[in-house]
Design a protein. Structure first.
Length: 336
């Protein structure tokens, strides 16, 4: 049965937890293990909580005549390189997520003891792959691109430790396609943690703010693409951030969480107290206090506060136990 929270490495993900930030590096390493290692360091230094790598074999993923086949072959790391990269990712202290596209990639990731799997939105209709990922016993972050029945079927195939990752499929995406107001409703509908993969143009100032807005609207985790070279803006990498901007993005998100505060309002702090009942004129010993003898004013914070205006009924009709000077705070011990 699906749950509202799940464990991702040493972190809890979901309701009541801080929003988890995932640096999705995709193929920004362009097939070079050294570049992948630099991306791990950049993700850690930028304040990410987790890092996500897609692991695939181009021959198993794309047909021979697919227009992207050659490019994907160039971006493919060897099994030996992946072991080196995933080991370094685990050693960094980041939670490690592998977006696995086939059984061999899944098994390689399991050997490296990663923390979670992710399924690409285009594999929503691939229950065999989803069940294979779930069989690992690790959480599965399911990319969503479809109607509610298809999503429910995919979550069922992914098992009980599942989360949903949503976001516009094409990058970069304009602001009106983000639909952030739907995030909270999705969490309530599917009763799983909800993640938002942000496809906002990485060169815009708005891209630094979107993850904070997503968290405020109910996202339990956010994924943003990270690149070492912002000059390469083709395809999905138009939505990637440089390490410097990724750091600013994380800082804005954390500041927004601190600004949100708790659901319960705090008690009034010292200096924020209201008015007290004071004497409007000199009141002699033994005089019966009337409403006309009272005034409601703010008093010196250095001294004990008297009765509040709402307690005037406790004062009216009683006698003064001693003379009370004009503007003097009226307290219980002054009354008979």
């Amino acid at each position: 049965m699906a749950t509202a929270t799940l464990a991702l490495g040493g972190r809890r993900l979901g309701e009541g937890q801080p929003c988890l930030v995932v640096a999705h590096v995709g193929t920004a390493h362009e097939g070079a293990a050294d570049a992948a290692l630099r991306l791990i360091e950049a993700a850690f230094q930028s304040g990410a909580d987790a890092i996500a790598f897609p692991v695939f074999r181009a021959t198993d993923l794309l047909a021979r005549r697919h227009p992207d086949r050659k490019e994907m072959e160039k971006a493919e790391l060897t099994a030996r390189d992946w072991r080196k990269v995933l080991e370094a990712a685990r050693a960094s202290g980041l939670a490690v997520v592998v977006e696995a596209f086939d059984a061999a990639s899944r098994d390689l990731a399991l050997e490296a003891a990663v923390d979670a799997f992710q399924a690409h939105p285009t594999d929503l209709d691939h229950p065999e792959l989803l069940r294979g990922l779930a069989a690992s016993g690790l959480p599965v972050l399911v990319g969503a691109a479809g109607d509610a029945p298809r999503v429910r079927e995919a979550l069922a195939a992914a098992g009980g430790a599942a989360a949903l990752v949503v976001g516009p499929p094409a990058a970069p995406a304009p602001a009106e396609e983000l639909r952030l107001a739907e995030l909270g409703a999705l969490r309530e509908r599917f009763r799983v943690p909800i993640g938002f993969l942000d496809p906002t143009d990485g060169g815009s100032a708005f891209a630094l703010l979107v993850p904070a807005l997503a968290a405020a609207h109910g996202a339990d985790f956010v994924e943003k693409r990270l690149t070492l070279d912002r000059s390469r803006k083709r395809g999905e990498w138009a939505a990637a951030l440089s390490p410097e901007d990724f750091y600013r993005m994380v800082e804005l998100l954390r500041q927004s969480e601190r600004a949100r505060g708790d659901a319960e309002p705090p008690p009034l702090q010292a200096g924020a107290r209201g008015r007290s009942i004071v004497a409007a004129t000199l009141i002699g010993r033994g005089e019966v206090l009337t409403a006309e003898m009272l005034s409601f004013k703010r008093t010196d914070d250095r001294f004990e506060r008297g009765l509040a205006p709402a307690e005037a009924h406790r004062v009216i009709g009683r006698r003064a136990a001693r003379p009370i000077q004009a503007d003097e705070t009226i307290r219980e011990d002054m009354l008979q």
